[in-house]
Design a protein around this ligand. Structure first.
Ligand code: DX5
Ligand code: ZN
Length: 214
């Protein structure tokens, strides 16, 4: 299982220490949550912070943009050193073009679905995607409870990927811990984002290892 610790739950006053912990752990990626206070009711951090993190890690950066008009920022995200650019289905009027622009910039393209957005909205673009991120909470805040219906969505998305021959990975984000992580793993998830369960753990490195073993 791919594990992407979410920096949203890190100690921002000691960010280098938390990135160092991730560097020493079995985490595969670092998940960076960008919020604009418009698409979601919260503001987190932006490109200068991600750039600073990129300088002190070899782990690929999985940048999750919870912003309106993410298409405007493809080159900024690339210049931050992101490996994966995650845009919300709900924020892109011309999603196909946005995905093309992300690929042209040399990044992997991922599309994120909010809890109320059905998987079938991706029927006509699934073969162009490197990853689909299913939100298992309403985006905007860390530490919320996992929405159980996400397990059905993972199953449905797995069936769509198999039926179409798409290479897209399935990532799940929100309320992930060893228990909820196991339920989405069983349903067919490839990657887990976890913030609160990792950073509030007494031993984050072991917590990451537990999730990676699912
Ligand atoms: C929520 C963010 C998540 C968040 C997950 O809007 O997209 O990445 O950091 O945090 P937890 O694991 O605490 O739910
Ligand atoms: Zn996220």
């Amino acid at each position: 299982m791919i594990v992407a610790p979410s920096l949203l739950s890190a100690n921002f006053a000691r960010l280098a220490d938390d990135v160092d912990m991730i560097n020493r752990s079995k985490a595969h990626w670092i998940h960076c949550d960008v919020m604009d206070g418009v698409f979601v009711p919260n503001i987190s951090f932006g490109f200068p912070v991600i750039k600073a993190v990129a300088k002190i890690t070899e782990k690929p950066l999985d940048v999750h943009l919870m912003i309106v008009n993410p298409d405007k920022y493809v080159s900024e995200v690339r210049d931050c050193g992101a490996a994966i650019m995650n845009v919300h289905y709900e924020a892109c009027t011309h999603l196909h073009r946005t995905v093309q622009n992300i690929h042209a910039a040399g990044m992997k393209a991922a599309v994120t679905l909010n809890p109320a957005t059905p998987v079938c909205m991706l029927n006509d673009i699934i073969c162009e995607l490197d990853m689909v991120l299913l939100m298992s909470v309403n985006p905007g805040f860390g530490g919320q409870s996992f929405i159980a219906n996400t397990v059905n969505k993972v199953r449905e998305l797995r069936a769509l990927i198999t039926a179409t021959g798409s290479n897209a990975l399935i990532e799940v984000d929100g309320g992930i811990n060893a228990t909820t992580g196991a339920s989405v793993a069983k349903a067919g998830a490839d990657a887990l984002v976890a913030g609160n369960s990792i950073f509030s753990s007494v031993n984050p490195i072991i917590e990451i290892e537990t999730l990676a073993a699912l």
